[in-house]
Design a protein. Sequence first.
Length: 231
Amino acid sequence: MTENKLVPNILTSISAPPKCGKTYLALTWEGPIKVYSFDLGAAFVRGKILEKFPGKVIDITEFNLPIVESDNPAPWAEPVWEKFQKEFKADVESGKYKTLVIDTATALWNVCRQAITEAKNRKKLLEVEYALPNLKMSALFARARVNGVNLVTIQYTRDRYVKQENTGEKELDGWKQTEGQVDLVLEMSRVVANKKCTMVTRIVDNRFERDLNGQTFNDTKYEELINLLGV
């Protein structure tokens, strides 16, 4: 007889350029899943991805962000952030979902900062005023952790600069403290060879098995990663 293994809730960061399989990988996590989508125009693509998970409960809330072209845009972020915070808190505490996915947390961080900027009736936050948005983002991770819910944040990547010089490396585009808040840090890339597309996942860092840091896996899923990590 096989003993059922209790898997702890895991907080995960997945970062990659567009079209590298971030959303698909996140949806391989334990269900039921709730997705908070801030990815403009991704609904059709996500619909195709959902077809690969028949029978799995995956609920999605779309947060439609405006196209900002003006130097003085009308306030928009406060109601978006308030709606997200209220829904996220309710979902975490409801016990309905095993996994929550923020797609993308790059966009959510922009919403969070802009919402606080609008509340202060300012155009830009001063560096010393970033304590509040940092606390609000940190609270999302803490809330998921203490309530026993998996949290997956999806981010884009951007060029990494040091002293205004492009290092040629990539870094997470979003809240800088994200990787320090999670248990598992993943980066993804796409390799095309012989007309076949392979999604490559690299374990950047994790709390469970340090020997896995730096290793890459092709077309991996949640179950394989959990087994590798020994949790």
